[in-house]
Structure formats: C-alpha cells, structure tokens
Design a protein around this ligand. Structure first.
Ligand code: NAD
Length: 412
C-alpha cells in the first residue's frame, strides 16, 4: 500500500510531535513542510526527510501531491489554512484551539463535512489512560448523577522564564520569545484557549455539554514588561471558569501559566451521587475513587490501575487510522467547535461581567441509575484495587465479566 503523503504547515515546537506520530504509524511519509520562517521549514524537512519546502501554504496546497495536512501554526492561521486544504479535498488535522472564534470554527466544520474528508483536532490529553478509565467508570454507572467537577490545568512557564531572565542576562524573557501566545490578535486568548480548550474537551467526556459559563481572565501586566504589545492586546495569564452542564452538574476550572511550582499538570475531581473520582495526570496510569456502598459509608478511597487497554491511540494516530479506513475518528472539528463555543462565551462573560448561556447544548450524558452501580461493582475484576486504608493491593477475583462498555467511551 502506498504511504499517505502528509504536509505539515507550521514547523515550530508542536509540529515535531505531529511528525513523530505520523512516522511511528508506519503508514505515512512527510513529503512537504511549510513555515513563514523558511529556514525552520528547511531544517524540519531535513529531520523528517521531506522533499518539498514552502513558505506559503497556498503554494504547497496548489502544487498537489498531498493526502493530508497538519495545521500546527499559531492560532490565527488555522482557519485560512483549513479552508484552503479542505477546498482542495485534503484530510485535515488541526491544532487546538480550532479557530479564533465560533464563526470561524463553524465554517471550518461545515467545510469539512461538505468536503467529505477526515477531520481532527489535536486534543492530546483526552486519551491519557486515567481519563479513559474514568470515562469507563462513568459509562458503567459507578458515579451515577454527577453533581460537581473541579479541574485545574496548571503551568508556570511564564514565571519560571521571568525568574531565569532576572538572574541571567543571557536569558531572554520567555514572554518576548513566545510573543504570539501573548497577543490576542494571533492567539485569540491566553490560558483560556491554550489550556482551557483541553480541559473543556476533557470535561465534556465526563459530564456532557455546557449550558452556562462565567469567566475571569486576568492578565498580570507586571509580568509583561518585555512583550512590546499594547496592554489591551495581552492575553490572559489565568483562566477561571464557573460552568453549568446541561445535566445540572456544576464545574470549576482553573488554568494558568503562572502557577508557581507546576510544570504541566491536569487534575480533575468529580463527585456524583454514587461515587467520586480523583484524577491527576502526574500518575497517568491510576485513579483514586470512592465507589460502592461500603466505601461510601466509610469514605474509603482506593487506587484503581489503568491497564494497557486504557492506552488508546493519540489523535494523530486515530486521524491516520481514519484516513486508512474511511472512518471519521472521535477527535473531530465538531469537538473543536463545541469547545470554541465555550471559549467565546468565556471571553464574552469576562468582558461583560455576566454569566453567558450557551445555545442548544448538543448532548446530555445519560447517567445510569444506582442499581446498576451495585451490581457492576462486583465485576471490577479487570482492575487492581489498592486500599487507601491498608495500602495493600488486592488482585481481583478471576471472572470473565467485564464492565458493560469496555471501549468507545466518548459520548456521542
Ligand atoms: N495539543 C497540544 O497539546 C499543543 C501543545 C502545544 C501547542 N499546541 C498548538 O499548536 C499550535 C502551534 O504551537 P507551537 O507551540 O508549535 O508554536 P510555535 O510558535 O513553536 O510554532 C508555530 C509555527 O507556525 C509558524 N507559522 C505562523 N504563521 C504561519 C503561516 N501563515 N504559514 C506557515 N507557518 C506559519 C511559525 O513561524 C512557527 O514556526 C498552536 O495552535 C498551539 O495552540 C498544541
């Protein structure tokens, strides 16, 4: 079988991750690279054996010979590149956030559907094994009605860079090196779109679609002395969201690039009528849970280990599988649009100081009732359970019974 011919547009940091995933599938070859910084495109091409090098994505698409493109540019370019690629009938993998606003995202989604090609957004954290295992627990009914969820995605790179620059004059402040991330005209938003987009995608998988949003998006101007940007164009350093889900649950989300001591960490706490889950991607293969009548009565938490079966493919691999099979993978432009609606609502809420109601939430997770919980808890033979009281690992009894939904956990 001929390999799928991939063009990569934008050859900065994240493009290397895309290229490695394509190569690892064994089904693709990187044939063209494009960057407005031609030297960067050239060294990228050399690294991944791409023959064609461009500084204009339109020329790259016009020249043909591609099956698909990955869009890994700054956010302001996603829309134009995607529309050009889709018009040429190419499959498109796009970075998050999908677009600069809901209107762009809607047009991209419409174009992808009418082109009839495979489309995907790179929500890289959705399939971290502990999050996949959590969706299985939720789908099997262990949580029942979710009441509230709290999620943080915390980084400290802006502070860390300022500290290094202060102590070493040879170090350039990171703010000036990551200028596009600081500029609303190029990034759209700061920690809202950068990290918030991931969390909003993730929580959709746990609690369904969003009904209302309130947001605070502060910028700490004292950290941006080296940005050389008009103050009103500097993006948010912190994003604080108060959410209501269509199923009545509430959510609190904090994302930050100035969370001292935090490198790159997502934590989620989910509390429902029949149980609770604590997730921390620093331990991606396990989750903490309080599940089942006895545990709830004693407030006893246990550690459940994710297994290899929870290690689902990343979005690029699923995109490639989608092209090979003609099946649209679950990481679609529709998911990007759903998140974009919430991002826009958050920006509006921050601007007006009002809570914003989202139109027509798309889906409501149906949570199984409690009687299913008590029965299915007995079938947790596929997990190892470490008691938080005794700190011993209990290997599960031999039984062939499995949870009712062992795979395909993304809600439709
Ligand atoms: N999914 C994730 O976990 C994740 C992680 C990091 C970044 N991202 C996303 O990836 C995208 C790129 O981020 P990055 O960290 O690689 O940024 P980066 O600055 O390292 O790279 C962006 C590249 O795009 C190029 N570019 C800009 N305009 C262009 C144009 N018109 N045509 C061709 N090239 C152009 C720039 O010159 C630069 O080389 C962003 O959308 C970002 O949000 C996603």
């Amino acid at each position: 079988m001929n390999k799928l011919r991939i063009g990569i547009i934008g050859t900065g940091g994240m493009a290397h991750w895309h290229a490695r995933q394509y190569v690892e599938t064994g089904l693709c070859e990187i044939v063209a690279t494009c960057d407005v910084d031609r030297v960067r495109a050239q060294s990228f091409a050399k690294l991944y054996n791409a023959e064609r090098i461009y500084d204009d994505y339109r020329r790259m698409i016009e020249d043909g010979g591609l099956d698909a493109v990955s869009i890994v540019t700054s956010n302001d370019v996603h829309y134009a590149v995607a529309i050009a690629a889709l018009s040429a009938g190419l499959h498109v993998m796009c970075e998050k956030p999908l677009a600069m606003c809901r209107q762009e995202a809607q047009a991209m989604c419409d174009a992808a559907h009418s082109a009839g090609v495979i489309h995907a957004v790179n929500f890289t954290h959705r399939n971290t094994p502990c999050f996949t295992l959590a969706r299985k627990f939720i789908a099997a009914g262990y949580i029942s009605q979710p009441y509230h969820v709290q999620a943080d995605y915390l980084q400290d790179w802006l502070l860390a860079a300022e500290r290094s620059a202060a102590t070493n004059p040879l170090v350039q402040p990171l703010a000036s090196r990551h200028i596009w991330r600081m500029d609303k005209r190029v990034a759209g938003s700061g920690q809202l779109g950068d990290l918030g987009a991931h969390v909003l995608d993730l929580l959709y998988g746990f609690a369904g679609d969003y009904a209302t949003v309130s947001a605070l998006l502060p910028t700490y101007l004292q950290l941006h002395g080296s940005d050389n940007l008009p103050q009103e164009q500097i993006t948010d350093d912190v994003c604080a969201l108060l959410l209501q889900f269509a199923n009545g649950a509430t959510g609190q989300v904090t994302t930050s690039r100035i969370a001292s001591g935090m490198g790159d960490t997502i934590t989620v706490k989910l509390y429902g009528h029949e149980g609770a889950l604590l997730l921390d991607d620093r331990n991606p293969m396990e989750l903490q849970a309080c599940l089942g009548k006895a545990a709830l009565e004693r407030r006893c938490w246990a550690t459940y280990n994710a297994h290899e079966r929870e290690r689902e493919p990343n979005p690029v691999t699923l995109f490639v599988q989608g092209m090979a099979t003609g099946q649209q993978p679950p990481f679609s432009f529709d998911d990007g649009l759903r998140v974009q609606r919430v991002l826009d609502a958050a920006i509006e809420s921050n601007r007006t100081g009002q809570r914003v109601t989202l139109e027509n939430p798309k889906s409501k997770i149906q949570n199984p009732k409690s009687k299913i919980v008590w029965r299915s808890l007995q079938s947790l033979q596929w997990a190892e359970i470490r008691s938080s009281w005794t700190n011993t690992i209990v290997l599960c009894q031999t039984s062939t019974r499995r949870p009712s939904k062992p795979a395909g956990t993304w809600p439709t």
